[in-house]
Design a protein around this ligand. Sequence first.
Ligand SMILES: *Cc1c(COP(=O)(O)O)cnc(C)c1O
Length: 362
Amino acid sequence: MNNPYTYARIDLKGLVRNLTSIKKSIRKGTAVMAVVKSDAYGHGIAAVSTALERAGVDGFGVAFIQEGVVLRQAGISSPIYVLSGFQPGEEDMLIDHNLVPLVYSAGQVELLDRESGKRNVRRNIHLKIDTGMGRLGFLYDDMTALNRVLEKTKNLNITGVATHISDAHDSAYFTKVQIKRFQKVQGFLESRLSRRLISHAANTDTFFNYPESCFDMVRAGISLYGYGRKGLTPVMHVFSKLISVKTLKKGYAVSYGRTYRLKKDTAVGVLPVGYADGYSRMLSNTGFVGIKGKKVYVIGRVTMNHTMIDMKGVNARVGDKVLIIGKDGTMYIGADQIASLASTISYELLCSMGSSLKRIYE
Ligand SMILES: *Cc1c(COP(=O)(O)O)cnc(C)c1O
């Protein structure tokens, strides 16, 4: 059951504005794939994708086939790329819903090729190349596997080639190494196939910082949701409300483990939000929220459904609105800022809060 008192407001206009800013800051003519895996990073895959398709995005990226099926059921007709390929037995689903898998093994290609032949259909696939991520993909120098794929593919169109950059945030050197490795494979495949492929390599951190990484298409995730560069609009705004305020005496301890002891008589507020809502327990004694434009700190441990705050300097009453992340008037609490206090990244905080809370779209 959703928390009845804490909710996420999703600003679809802000989302579309972010798409426009992304398009403006990449090379003209570069296509944009909107990455909407994990329920659009907690923002809701159907609503987000519908808004983006209307705004003219070029395609969608999901982690799993099942998410692609949800998109088709929501009426999405743009290309849908399945970033993690597929597992044996899922070939029919791919074909039925016209999803483009990023395949990463010769065995996968054979399975899909055979099924397509049997059903007398032709579907598109992209080849995923591991140029240094160490996750999914044909190794960039494994020409044996790539040759095998080229020879075995009879009933499929290889229409694209992709890689994923592992360290764009911190290493220009390694990012350039990965781009070089990718260009080599791309050149090899295009010359063997004697045609152009749709090449794509860049996620948010990469396309904003390395124009040469854009190729034909970029894969935008976190930037669509308002993070990863200044000037974007945060799309998710989480609000809660005060459900209790009472004054506790100097020396009184707050919450489990009695990790916070009041240094003087203090008005302590209680918020109906906790780690069950994705508000990490790591924010114990370190997070902050916004009330009436003021920063208010979390005291004691964050519990499953409740979080306590020190009400010093704020004049607020039970029932008053509390900003957890996002924007309210002039007050802004970045998901990236709160995430870093919890030793994580905006991605994780948005996913976990967005997928636990009730969402309201506007
Ligand atoms: C999640 C993901 C992206 C999007 O990354 P952002 O940093 O959110 O822009 C792009 N490509 C792949 C393969 C991904 O898994």
